[in-house]
Design a binder for this molecule. Structure first.
Ligand code: GLU
Length: 478
């Protein structure tokens, strides 16, 4: 079987947002699909020190780990191509640069910034594009590392196949002499990613659309280095929901780890990201990670930009929450309970979780949906007045119904959900009320919450003593 070695190569310039993580995810799928013939590598591209944001490497690692995207080689875990931090690989880039100098394909750039500006101005005045290769020095100085080192390009047309975008082609104008190593000694992305991909045996390069216009330059450099290019796959941008602009901070381009604090499950996020511009050709929307690894293919990634729809993420999250058993879900809820809930027993929390699980859209809904199971609610008769049906009852009627309920529950020995359903049905008969009135009233009297799960189940989990005490408090507060 052929090897599949993919990499994620972020620059540590800030937090990870959906677009970046999706690139990592697709590359990881390909590697995992290949089983023991696959490897996923995490390389950090930190050669632009001016853009670096402190703490971003740790944040990148944490984001990937949260999503379960584990890397086989790379920063932190090591591997045969250590170091995986580009700033620690500068000697290697110099060796490769020397190969280009020796073969006459790189030269020291002798110009000052002012001279370069003058060339640009001149091109502008003559209404032609500025190309560095029009100004190649006849006798370049020996490169001593203080000048930028430029690639001596070989401009020509290219036609290539992108695994997502299909057939692409460009003319010779797309190719110019670009900088390989800057005067600060750091290589450019254009140069060092090619060196590293070759050194690390990368077979598939997946990256965002912003790099597609540079591909002819890369192809030219591969040729000069005598390298076979890897499979190139361009992932379209992720756009805001209106499809008009690239996803910006205001439309939800936020740190992926914020979703963890907001109560999203990583598997829902993986499902969401995977289906952002990819589908398996069927109507299926909810996928497990295993299914995604099995089904993912680059040729089904759509060519047009994907739209970021946070409502869809919310929906998927609910689906994934429901697909877990209570025992599977429970360990995930640790950070979301109120203090009162945490003071209660684990069994109690699990029972409540079982009741509210179906209503959770995110784990952060837990306090609102479960608060009254652990803390005495304060009667709020405004909720009765605002209820269309309940507002029609007089105070005497309300009090009479609650007293009847109190009496019935007091007489109930078996406080299980099944037995309570019968008690409630009998109460409907004896009071002659509709469920919409009687049950809503009892529900409020024991919870004072805007919604709760099925009444009989809620009562059973609260327990007889609590139910009786709360009804009494409610009646007294009337
Ligand atoms: N360092 C580049 C970035 O963060 C990665 C591009 C690539 O994957 O080659 O955008």
């Amino acid at each position: 079987m052929t090897l599949v070695r993919t990499r994620f190569a972020p620059s540590p310039t800030g937090f990870m947002h959906v677009g970046g993580v999706r690139t990592a995810l697709f590359a990881w799928f390909l590697a995992r699909q290949a089983g023991s013939n696959g490897a996923f590598i995490l390389r950090i591209e930190d050669t632009d020190k001016s853009r670096e944001v402190e703490g971003s490497i740790a944040q990148i690692e944490q984001s990937l780990r949260w999503l379960g995207i584990h890397w086989d080689e790379g920063v932190d875990v090591g591997g045969p191509h250590t170091p995986y931090l580009q700033s620690e690989r500068l000697e290697l880039y110099k060796t490769w640069a020397q190969k280009l100098i020796d073969s006459g394909r790189a030269y020291a750039d002798p110009y000052t910034p002012e001279e370069l500006d003058a060339f640009r101005e001149q091109a502008k005045a003559e209404k032609r594009p500025f190309l560095f290769r029009d100004h190649r020095p006849e006798h370049p100085p020996i490169w001593d590392g203080t000048q930028p080192l430029r690639f001596k390009s070989d401009p020509k047309p290219y036609a290539w196949t992108d695994a997502v975008m299909g057939k692409l082609s460009t003319g010779p104008d797309a190719i110019d002499d670009f900088i390989l190593i800057k005067s600060d000694g750091f290589p450019t992305y254009n140069f060092c990613h090619i060196v590293d991909d070759a050194e690390m045996g990368i077979t598939h390069v997946l990256r965002s659309q912003e790099f597609v216009s540079s591909t002819p330059k890369f192809l030219n450099l591969y040729e000069a280095l005598g390298l076979e290019p890897p499979i190139l796959a361009t992932l379209p941008f992720v756009m805001a929901i209106d499809g008009k602009k690239k996803l910006g901070k205001r439309d939800g381009a936020k740190d992926i780890l914020e979703y963890a604090t907001e109560g999203y499950l990583p598997e829902a996020m993986v499902n969401f990201l995977a289906t952002l511009g990819w589908n398996d050709g069927t109507e299926q929307e909810v996928f497990t990670v295993h299914e995604l690894i099995e089904k993912f293919s680059l040729d089904r990634v759509q060519k047009s930009p994907a739209r970021f729809d946070e409502q869809r993420l919310l929906w998927l999250n609910g689906q994934h929450i429901r697909s877990l058993s209570v025992d599977e879900l429970y360990p995930r809820t640790r950070d979301f309970w109120t203090d009162a809930a945490l003071n209660a027993g684990e069994d109690e929390r699990k029972n409540v979780l079982a009741l509210v699980q179906d209503r959770l859209k995110t784990l952060a809904d837990l306090p609102v949906l479960s608060g009254y199971f652990f803390e005495e609610p304060t009667p709020n008769w405004g909720m009765v007045r605002e209820n269309k049906q309940l507002s029609k009852l007089s105070t005497e009627e309300v009090s009479g119904l609650l007293r009847a309920a109190h009496e019935a529950f007091s007489a109930t020995e078996d406080f299980t959900a099944e037995a309570l359903q019968e008690v409630l049905n009998e109460l409907l008969e004896t009071t002659g009320q509709k469920p919409g009135i009687l049950f809503s009233l009892i529900r409020l009297a024991v919870s004072w919450a805007p919604f709760s799960p099925a009444l009989n189940e809620t009562l059973a989990v609260l327990g007889k003593d609590t139910v009786l005490a709360r009804i009494q408090t409610s009646v007294q507060s009337l």
